[in-house]
Design a binder for this molecule. Sequence first.
Ligand SMILES: C[S@@+](CC[C@H](N)C(=O)[O-])C[C@H]1O[C@@H](n2cnc3c(N)ncnc32)[C@H](O)[C@@H]1O
Length: 418
Amino acid sequence: MTSVDTMSSEGLRNAMVDRLAADHAAKRLVLRPEVEAALRTVPRELFTPGLPLEEAYDANTAVLKKMRGAEAVSSVSAPYLIAEMIGQAANALGGLEGRHALEIGSGGYNASLLRELVGPSGSVTTVDIDPEVTGRAAACLAAAGYHDVTVVCADAEHPIVPGRRYDLIIVTVGAWDIPPAWHDQLTDDGVLVVPLRTFGMTRSWALRRRGDRLVSESRRQCGFVSMQGDGAHEVRYLDIADGVHLRLDEDQRVDHDLDVVGALLTQPREEAWVGVSLPPATILADLDLWLATRLIHETHFLVLSAQATAVKSGVVAPGWRFGTPATLDDDTFTYRSALRWTDRRFDLGAYAHGTEAAAAAGRMVEHMRAWVDAGQPSPTLHVLPAHTPDGDLPNGAVLDKRHSRVVLAFTTKEKGTP
Ligand SMILES: C[S@@+](CC[C@H](N)C(=O)[O-])C[C@H]1O[C@@H](n2cnc3c(N)ncnc32)[C@H](O)[C@@H]1O
């Protein structure tokens, strides 16, 4: 193995893993011991050449970003996200030892963690569309002593080795759809972990193959660079004010004059509150998908994103500035607001601007109250082939993608039941 400054490397690595363990605990997730051991073993700086050691061990930041214009097209992913996604895979498969894994989107670091976890009887293949990335990943893996990871340069929209199947496919690039190749390359009860965009919001879903469909077992909030190649799908950002954007999927439209929408933000703000007191570990990423599935039927649903400067200056105060549910009706703009904290607990609210502001904020808050009253249900994602007839779909909100029909279902508990 290449010589590195072992003391400071090991110290920083252990400090990073301690932070990851604390972060998992705060989110009420379990950092599996074998995942923790792998994180304490792999020297991350060997996969971030040229970067200061401290930056290589920043738990929360993706590094070595390759930009195309203003958009990042590749990076070495943030350790916290890598740890959560490997955890999703290990939980779904009951451990990774002896498993055969395909990683889509290379960098070397995630592949080496997987290599540690699958052990001598398992295998790891990593594929990337960008020869510069595969070249760097292969060199870094070799330098770190991982000679038995197969590195392939290809568009992973299509099968990598025809006929070969994997227990785990872990996608480390943002997808809009599930191409048939991913389903077909899984073993019969194999698991696909994929950051998939639904309703303009990306979650890392652990999906288990069940016959011709995939059904989710867990989800995590995440953000990723977008898929390139044949599975590429445009995301558009419409600027409505300085540092404030509406994020649209390819199939979403806004017919309003954007200057008029921006001007709404300068009108007085109405607010409404659910009137609850929730603990920090509440999974608001689930609430946001709940809101999407409810609001999409009654109004023009959108996702609001904002730069830190726009939040700081008070132009907008969204629940999560990287993507918050919003609605736009005639001349009223409404979004889930920043939380209102009292004694380390918080209330949920909505802000609205425009002629119907008070009523619109109240309506959004009613949907939030329904989620709380239903016991804060989490979503299950079903992915079915594009030709599936309506009658064979599970109950839920249906999104028709290019290759698949995606159904997002919330199982609500009766009020008062545990
Ligand atoms: C976030 S990076 C991967 C990070 C990596 N797994 C790590 O260990 O840090 C995403 C990668 O996906 C690759 N990618 C994008 N579209 C792809 C496609 N269709 N097939 C294969 N790779 C793709 C990009 O070139 C980019 O390098």
